[in-house]
Design a protein around this ligand. Sequence first.
Ligand SMILES: Cc1ncc(COP(=O)(O)O)c(C=O)c1O
Length: 376
Amino acid sequence: MFNIKSFKYYFSEEQINRITNKITTILSQQDFLTMGKNCSDLEKRFSESNKSPYVLTTSSGTSALELVLSAVNIEKHDVLLPSNTFVATASAIIRSGGTPVYVDCDTDLNLSFEDLRLKITPKTKAVIIVHIGGYITPQIQKIQAWCKENKVLLIEDAAHAIGSHAYSTNAGNFGDAATFSLFTTKVLTAGEGGLVTTKHESLYNKMSILRNHGQAQDNIVPLRGSNWRMHEFNAILAIEQLSTLKDNIKHRKRIALIYDQYINQLSNFKIKRLQISSVSQSNLYKYIILLPDSELIPILIETLHKNYNIASAGRVYPIPIHLQEGYFEKICLPATERYCQEHFCLPIYMNMSVEEAHYTGQALVKELTQLLSSKE
Ligand SMILES: Cc1ncc(COP(=O)(O)O)c(C=O)c1O
């Protein structure tokens, strides 16, 4: 029997040797361990490969968000964001002195442009858009134009979306600034880490200072910042991952096409893959299925695990932020509340074999057919 994990990262033997050699060199030469030449190298390489004019490394995706939000100064202002996101998007706003205002989602789980337009007030300073599961909303150009027209900043929380693109523009290049996460589960991982991109030179200069406690030089502190610096070891891992990002996404697409064949067999049960217009090319961080019978999801997860050794890739977010105890708000976001429940993800990763993908697809079709037929 196969052993399918919920996610896996991949480094080739050659990469592991290169990483080991670089770390050995740093330690034996007692080189600087933070924000040294590997962090600069990563910034340069990502700037080139993503076509982003300015790039900064950070210690995590959360610190990348905090860095951007403190640089644009949202204190005493509202920031519009989807409630269908990870808690870090909201916590970074609160820590930066702003107020999160939650927006509903569309049928594609991404921010609803319609609801966004209803939520703007004179207190709104910025919109944070989250490319859920790696999918950039096809509405992105309209949202960009609307933000410009209303003099509101557009920030992309592209934690999921490294390597995704839409309308020939890469994730990270739509907004005034964007943030990426390099957490262990992400398409490009460094264990922990983050990246910030921006097209504005002045914002980049400000963030360069803020990231290192607001110091312009050693102990010269013109701004109030914090420690949002990346470790050299994380940068070494990220450089290797960046070199295989295209192959990684290509392989995920291969796996997704296999899954598509199986999901098509379930169309009679109103089960389908999350549809995104072809203008938006996801990095396939998540392969998302819409399953209206949401009470079946926990049963399915347990059966796949027990009978097939297939770990669940779960839901992207089963509970939206406004319904989390620590962030509870008495508001109603009907689409968000519905789709957080009614979706489910299949495991997908760079070194998943074609046989493993067929095995997972077959198990899914068999178990869902049985579960749904017994309900009829
Ligand atoms: C949408 C989103 N934003 C922000 C973050 C925070 O990133 P990190 O875990 O690297 O701090 C995550 C992490 O998973 C995320 O999914």
